[in-house]
Design a protein around this ligand. Structure first.
Ligand code: SF4
Ligand SMILES: [Zn+2]
Length: 105
């Protein structure tokens, strides 16, 4: 798995966790290419995040929150921050620090 694929996998995993926990009562569809059950809003965010990552001109790529030319629209920027924070805390609380360390090293 290259760095881009790894970054995409992380962001999709985080969106999956967020959607499963925060949108429990919202109808979801299985998205085969993402291997995820997502509600319409989270699917929009996932598609947007994947597109941004694929088009990222930075090499090496910094964490998006430290980027000097941020490319996210205000709407999705707030949303992805909320998702990454929520799911990061979710993983830590469930003893999945190993996941975070594995992917963020
Ligand atoms: S915010 Fe910066 S680092 Fe993140 S995808 Fe956009 S250009 Fe790349
Ligand atoms: Zn959702």
């Amino acid at each position: 798995m290259n760095k881009t694929e790894k970054d995409i996998r992380i962001v999709l995993d985080f969106i999956k966790i967020y959607c499963a926990q925060k949108h429990k009562n919202v109808d979801k569809v299985f998205i085969e290419e993402y291997n995820a059950m997502l509600c319409p809003d989270c699917l929009d965010l996932a598609r947007y995040a994947v597109k941004r990552r694929m088009a990222c001109p930075k090499n090496p790529k910094p964490p998006c929150k430290k980027c000097d030319t941020p490319c996210y629209s205000p709407k999705f920027k707030g949303k992805i921050r909320e998702v990454m924070k929520f799911s990061g805390i979710y993983l830590i609380k469930r003893g999945r620090l190993d996941y975070l360390l594995h992917y963020f090293k």
